[in-house]
Design a protein around this ligand. Sequence first.
Ligand code: NDP
Length: 710
Amino acid sequence: MARATASPPLAAPALCAEDDARRREPEDVRRRQLIEATIDSLAEVGFNASTLAQIARRAGVSPGLVAHYFGDKDGLLEATLRFLSARIARDTASRLAQAHGPRARIQAVIEANLAPEEFDQRTSSVWLAFWGQVLHSARLRRVQKVYQSRMLSNLSHALRGLVAPQEARRLAISIAAVIDGLWLRSTLSATGETSAAGALTVASAFVDSQIAAAVPAGAKGSAMTVPSLHRNHIAGAYIEGSGRSFETRNPATGEVLAKIEIAGEAEVDAAVAAARAGQKVWAAMTGAERGRILRRVADTLRARNDELARLESLDTGKPIQETSVVDVLSGADCLDYYAGIAPTLSGEHIDLGPSAFGYTRREPLGVVAGIGAWNYPLQIACWKSAPALACGNAMIFKPAELTPLTALKLAEIMSECGVPDGVFNVVQGFAETGQMLTRHPGIAKISLTGEVGTGKRVMADASATLKHVTLELGGKSPLIVFDDADLDDAVSAALLANFYSAGEVCSNGTRVFVHSAVHKAFLEKLVARVKKMVVGDPLDPATQVGALISPEHMDKVLSYIAKGKAEGAKLLVGGHRVTDGALAKGAFVAPTVFDGCADGMSIVREEIFGPVMAVLSFEDEDEVIARANDTPFGLAAGVFTRDLARGHRVIAQLEAGTCWINHYNITPIELPFGGAKQSGLGRENGKAAIEHYTQLKSVYVNLGRVEAPY
Ligand code: NDP
């Protein structure tokens, strides 16, 4: 997994979107009119007396037309509740946009929910009618749950700027309860116990008193001493489980960020059962409906980019200057891309002569499991779940145990945005939890991102139940710089190919082959730029190289540096741990460049997954192609040359799944990504991923008689 670039904005799609909106206008007006008629009916005659026929009469249309738009009475009521809840969400969002600082953001949530119009007779009687029915209708319950989680998430997000993390969620629940309680008492009280203004005053005073009593944000040791426990997210909620847990730490400081409950057999079984039930609901929706929900998830990820990027930096040690522009946004791009593809999925018609025809149905696989690596945790969760969900599957995702936090946020956001319960679940744990997924008979497919060895074990385990398997594995990729290359660009690419995410990128071009004619000039430019790179606190926007994922991984990287020196490579820059000031507590390694490398050295043959570049010299094209291919890996490759014919000729001969000419590590969502040889099976992203999350059903349709020779 690597960096992604957003495509440049295009004028044409924007125009198409406008045209589309215009075409939909009359339909939207009609839907709105029917929803308003429903609100009037609920306000005047109550829930039981509001029938489809009665609402149609009120709107001056036929009951058939109402059924055309909403299916049945439940569909109409669900749409009406969604409408009311979206109105509050819009009001909240516009107030949040004006609010400066966390306390003002909490006030924005309170004011939107206790706005005078929420207390008027028509609106409040409709809300009351709905709440009375929520217990009896799964559809209404889902909308209500989204409304509640949205309020909780807005409050928790704001509170995290004011109180210690372990207090934020508890306090958010109390404030939400006070808001709902005040509204309810006020609307039910015949004596007008509380006015809208009075409710606002009471809620605000409550918030201030609670914040004053709580442990303040950033209080020394607060997160260290009482790390909050994060549970597995199954069927749209955090579920209480075994109680066995592990700690996740910030690799830049060693600080414990949270405790994570481990999913055992019972939790995995519960996740599979929830996923099976959720998948049926999800697959029964149209592609357009699924796409609409996934687009909401993408929008929410973008809106919460800062918060999520910060969490990813804390959990991975990657610099905020990367996570804030790549990790979350690349995940959102992927969701947007597959949201667009969802309505286009289809089979084909096959002409079989005058008395028969055939057709194919492109169907989901069912329940699929995603198992992630630790280098791009949220991005990997999105890259796997977006195509899986677009195709109508349900997913159970297991993040790497070193980076469990942002997948849980994704699960919360999916639920808030209306993904039905059970369609995206997160189970936590070590390899054993992963194995429970790969061996589970209720799971149809495994998509793993991890090491080659893990890939082999996963494939072996999955074979017992003949699961579909896609594997995104490791690499030791070549970057070839010919003598006619633009050397400044080639150096930029070599830096991106080795030091982005402190070198923890699977597709990295860690074998940099440079033509002997430009070898010296290339190294001069390279070393000068590496010396200026800023290693530091991942949360400092000036930091370019953050921490490695763990002290154990740092030791592994340092041991490769020692091997490089021992095997005779020439160290040009870096080659040591960085321990200046506070960095001494973390896993920091200086960007390192070795020259004079030979093909047989350990640092040239094995994946290091750290900031260590090996530079090799070559003389001609055939020689460098043969040397570049002399590896069991085949994930990626790059070529720098101004001779485009040579660029294409060389790329065609390189044994790699993902290649770049005159660039490196750019992974737009539109382009399939994956490995050849032992670097993987299958592809992520692009239309190619659809093949891995669907299966074809062939149907023969006879139009004539059945001839039988008996
Ligand atoms: P690992 O292979 O160690 O782990 C990957 C995931 O698999 C983790 O969630 C891990 O759980 C789980 N796992 C481990 N053993 C098993 C098993 N027997 N059955 C089921 N699940 C298992 O990889 P890393 O997390 O260390 O990630 C680094 C590797 O990932 C590198 O080799 C890198 O090249 C590769 N990678 C490949 C990418 C690609 O797209 N091609 C992208 C990013 C990374 P736990 O962590 O809890 O042990």
